[in-house]
Design a protein. Sequence first.
Length: 365
Amino acid sequence: MTSIHRLAPVAAVGVAALLLASCGDRPTDTQGSSGGSEGGSGDAFKACMVLDTGGVDDRSFNQSSYAGFEAAKEENPNIDISYIASNSDADYVPNLQAEVGKGCGTIVAVGGLMSDAVKEVAEQNPDQDFAEIDSAPVADNVYGFEYNTVEGGFLGGYLAAGMTETGTVGTWGGLNIPPVTIYMDGFWEGVQYYNQQKGTNVRVIGWDENNPSGGTFSNSFTDQAAGRSITETLASQGADIVMPVAGQSGLGAGAAAQAAGGSLNLVWVDTDGCVSAADYCDYFISSVTKNLTDAVKEYVLDAAEGNVPTGAYVGTLENDGTGLAPFNQWDDRVPAELKTELDTVKQGIVDGSIEITSPNAIKAG
């Protein structure tokens, strides 16, 4: 079993790639291309992506995944890149099958919700290489990108507990699925650890790792109105810092924070919110990142060289697959002592002296 031999993710590189992706022109069709996967040179390597709902500019996992394609093409112009968008889960299998028909060198599916569809189409096409974001390998010809964002979420929770003025923080998700709740578990555990270390009683609302059936969810990754409503409800219950884990729905939390005029602030996820959702940067204390861009880039570069990775990549704090983004506008407002504590907590998670108990935690290897 081999893994991505190039991969040594650096968060700043991923953020820069996402910034370029955010500011640059994007294809407007459901199937877009850069360099022309339909009209490129005959020997170009075709890298194809099937997006989940929310579009290529969702300011979350779709966008940062496709930014990896764009970064790979920038480094190797002989790679043709394209994507096809999914409007609902009913599109997963047809979209995957359509990409198989295009003669793609590899097909990357974005999101763990696609696992059943990827497994079905991959088993029907054993000679086709696939990869999937937020999933362990579901077939021999599928490479898995997994992210132990419980670790980054732990830092986000510790940060929120150290910054709250009301003693109450909150988190909510798009769907009650492991790629979402793994963040929420980490956030919850980070707050509990802060309380343990400081003798405080910061309360988490919207999620309790020990009572997952009682969590708060928008049941959508695109419904911004629902995201705003949920966030305002948590704020009315005392939360002054909220972490949405919900793709575009989370932008509703940004609108809620903006309307609150400074009494409500946020921790963003997946990307640096000040890059991907810059309109709300003033309210992002930090972001719990998932370094999709660099991992996807290196996978595509290797595949284009004929070294298609097999097995799975697990992003952790240790390899910069997850972590905290810069504090940006909050840099002068986060106490130096708290920053030092966050570094200490990070090291404790990496060396195992701080144990994370989440059932969603991913074991590397």
